[in-house]
Design a protein around this ligand. Sequence first.
Ligand SMILES: Cc1cc2nc3c(=O)[nH]c(=O)nc-3n(C[C@H](O)[C@H](O)[C@H](O)COP(=O)(O)OP(=O)(O)OC[C@H]3O[C@@H](n4cnc5c(N)ncnc54)[C@H](O)[C@@H]3O)c2cc1C
Length: 501
Amino acid sequence: MSKYDVVIIGSGLGGLTAGAILSKRGRKVLVLEQNDRVGGCCSTYEIDGYKFDIGASVVEMIPIIDHAFAQLGTTFAREVDLIQCDPIYSVIFPDGERLTIPMSVEGAAEEIGKISKEDKEGFLQYAKKFESFIEGNGLDFFMMPMNTLGDMLASFKKVPILTKFGSFFAMTYDDVLRKYFKNPKVRQSMAYQSFYCGHSPEQAVGIFAIIPYMEHKGIYYPRGGMIKIPQAIQRIGEQHGMEVRLNTNVTKVLVDANKKVTGVVTADGETIEADVVVSNINARKLYLDLIGEEHLKPIVRKGIKSYALSKSTPYICLGVDYDPPLDAHHTLVTRDVDEINEFWWEKYRIGIVPKPEEQFGLICCPTKTDSSLAPKGHHIVALDFQGPSKLASGTWDDIKEEFSESLVDYLSQKIIPGLKEHVKTMVVSTPLDFERRLGNPGGAFYCFQQDLTAQVVFRPASKSKSIKGLYLTGASTHPGGGVPTVMASGVIAANQIVEYE
Ligand SMILES: Cc1cc2nc3c(=O)[nH]c(=O)nc-3n(C[C@H](O)[C@H](O)[C@H](O)COP(=O)(O)OP(=O)(O)OC[C@H]3O[C@@H](n4cnc5c(N)ncnc54)[C@H](O)[C@@H]3O)c2cc1C
């Protein structure tokens, strides 16, 4: 039986960040990962010479990532070879019109002005407003613990700009877009980013309307693939003694009679003792399966079961032997914002797969940024379009092939001429595949929904209130899913563990 100060379940960015920081602070840390590689949703695999990313395709909100690397005594830019994406994205509207958004705010205002003169001014006002949030250290909100109401009130005291943005927490993302932009096309060009926090514009909290603005502050791709970020954190952690064990599935968290963790058990029956256990997995799976309902008070059992799973989508990675006619690393294929909002109620919730002509989503062509990801003259096209997590009838395995072929066919005819004829390799990950690969129920990208009812103090606490010595990192806990935010959760957990000791 081996003994560690800290055992971490899962090598997603949340778990690795906590592990590396704790190792640097002298703790004996072991990270256990069920997969054959680190990074979870922020990772990369190679097939036929194409390096496909599993999930995340860019990073933004860089000050939050910088904060995590600062805890490790280094900088993001020093550890990862970052390539700036400029233009930051392009948009294809339902009528075929295209808009390409450059990094510079002035340049973007000019482009928006070509669609709507009054919205050019609206964009500058929008940018000024969110710049004031950043200048007022508003991003600190995402880096502070939020386990209690007291934590939340303290954050408003420490960061006064949050009070000034109070109405943005009460508004929806859609409300914020309507406040600044009159033209429906201009709103469409910034609506899809609400899905970066897992919700349609009418469900996402208004403060997340900062996302399109944050892209102007810097949006980057790590040369060599998204896995370079978790690999960098692993490398730093290992320099401080952190151990990472791959292909090791944790099946149980051991809890004693005093409701304190004592270690974990792996699928091959090994018991590993630890004073502290950090979970980087879905909190529902953690509490109900790995810990067990018998250790939880009825109110905790009920509470954890009440969290609705976040959205998932099918994700199609294509290796192609031509240069696809796309203008940027990210291309948004958009629709009218009302149709985007209706998708959730009329399709997603009841398990209906949209027809190709009803689709909207994101096309990522990372080889426009980093040509080393594919053989010479080849590109990667990744399609993140819509489909419910659970189907009204049958499973994703039944429709996987038909879904992907009809979508590629449609996009080839209407949006990316030549795509279908040039596909050399295709890998389709449905919500069911995401569930199998990451052990995440429903393949939920952000574990739980990120609306007002499941955010901040309403999200599972990073320091468990029911089990001593148990800490949560990753998308299940504040500040929720996304590369920078889960890294912030790792910093929060590491700091709390040091306080706990
Ligand atoms: C398709 C997609 C696109 C995305 N795009 C972006 C983007 O462009 N930018 C962005 O910022 N964010 C993006 N995200 C979100 C971001 O990637 C995630 O929120 C973040 O990486 C999740 O990190 P995490 O720490 O929660 O852990 P996860 O990535 O969920 O990793 C958890 C790890 O735990 C392991 N595990 C699970 N159960 C066990 C067990 N029992 N024992 C051992 N190991 C276990 C899993 O194998 C996994 O490696 C995207 C996500 C997806 C799915």
